[in-house]
Design a protein around this ligand. Structure first.
Ligand code: P6P
Length: 336
């Protein structure tokens, strides 16, 4: 039987071989993984744990919070605030940044997360997940401000998600490819199941919420129309469609077998760049996809190059199999 490589051993060996993971970052990633185990436990109890349904509150996005949104947020805050590896945190569920209390040592990293992405799926038992992104705290000034978080996605030092599905699987990059770890509940540890994850450059599968078709911009309508025409159309092949309405689950499928995921700008709220958030959804997922050989743009530019202006800003997202993302981007730029 091949030896099981735990997340801890993987990170220690990465630290030893590549120097990609300073000890503080290794500690941070292990703490986040441990927090995800706790969230997985809470999610798996469902109605038995009294954690389904909505809380009597809204988040900064104006969305009604689920009880598990708040539980997951609290688990991540409590797990990470005392370790001395972080200076501050930011979450989809909190209006402003969370400074590590003065009673704890301050670290050199900033942690951003969507504590429970796909909340609309919680009560119907469909896969959901935690998405996280790690930045370095800018040097040269004491304390932390919101501006310190406003770094382009290309500045991330680690990114990943944990999907709570039939398996609980942690997917992680520190800039040296993508690795996947599935939770061995008997051991209580994440075990390496795949490294050097690679997304095929071509695909026959797209993911988009088709109910928004009448609101899409022309390049997106053109791309989807061509896919729907199948063999007889300009693409010369039939396509399949998936939409789980849980970004973590759709991205996990794409990392596993390829595909293109699209949540583009649409006319419903033209003042918004898109539905998904740049800092703690699009940036971590885009880095993972690029590290697996895929591509990620907002239709016009590489998502990881976008200079953030606000902590909770939204962005249009086209990501996945490189040749498809490049085609959709060409349609937006009018170069095809
Ligand atoms: P819609 C979940 O609420 C989320 O933020 C992403 O996880 C998901 O891809 C998207 O929204 C689903 O949006 O409009 O299809 O419900």
């Amino acid at each position: 039987m091949s030896q099981k490589i735990s997340l801890t051993r993987y990170l220690v060996e990465q630290q030893r071989h590549d120097g990609h993971i300073p000890s503080q970052l290794r500690l941070l990633l292990e703490v986040v993984a441990r927090a995800c185990k706790g969230i997985s436990q809470a999610v798996s109890k469902g109605a038995l744990g009294g954690v389904l349904g909505t809380a009597d509150s809204e988040n900064v996005q104006g969305e009604v919070q689920k009880k598990l949104d708040i539980i997951a947020n609290e688990v991540l805050i409590e797990a990470n605030e005392w370790g001395g590896h972080l200076a501050a945190m930011a979450s989809e569920e909190m209006d402003s940044i969370y400074l590590v209390p003065n009673r704890y040592p301050q670290g050199e990293y900033l942690l951003l997360f969507d504590p429970l992405d796909g909340s609309s799926n919680i009560d119907v038992n469909v896969s959901i997940g935690t998405i996280f992104s790690v930045l370095r705290k800018p040097e040269g000034h004491p304390g932390v401000t919101e501006e310190d978080f406003l770094q382009a996605g290309s500045r991330q030092v680690a990114a990943g998600y944990c999907i709570y599905g039939p398996q609980t699987t942690l997917v992680l990059t520190v800039g040296d490819g993508v690795a996947m770890f599935t939770l061995d509940r008997e051991q209580g540890s994440f075990v390496l199941v795949q490294e050097n994850v690679t997304i095929p450059a071509d695909t026959k599968e797209f993911a988009i919420n088709m109910s928004n078709m009448r609101h899409w911009d022309a390049p997106v309508r053109r791309y989807i129309d061509e896919c729907l025409q199948g063999k007889e159309g300009p693409r010369g092949k039939d396509f399949n469609m998936r939409w789980i309405a849980s970004m973590v689950a759709d991205v996990h499928r794409i990392l596993t077998r390829g595909g293109v995921f699209m949540y583009p700008w649409d006319k419903r709220e033209p003042e918004k760049a898109g539905k998904l958030r740049l800092m703690y959804e699009a940036n971590p997922m885009s880095w993972l996809v690029e590290q697996a050989g895929g591509a990620a743009t907002n239709g016009r530019e590489r998502i990881l190059d976008i200079a953030p202006e606000k902590l909770h800003q939204r962005v249009s997202v086209i990501l996945g199999s490189k040749n498809e993302v490049e085609r959709v981007t060409r349609y937006h730029l009018g170069t095809d």
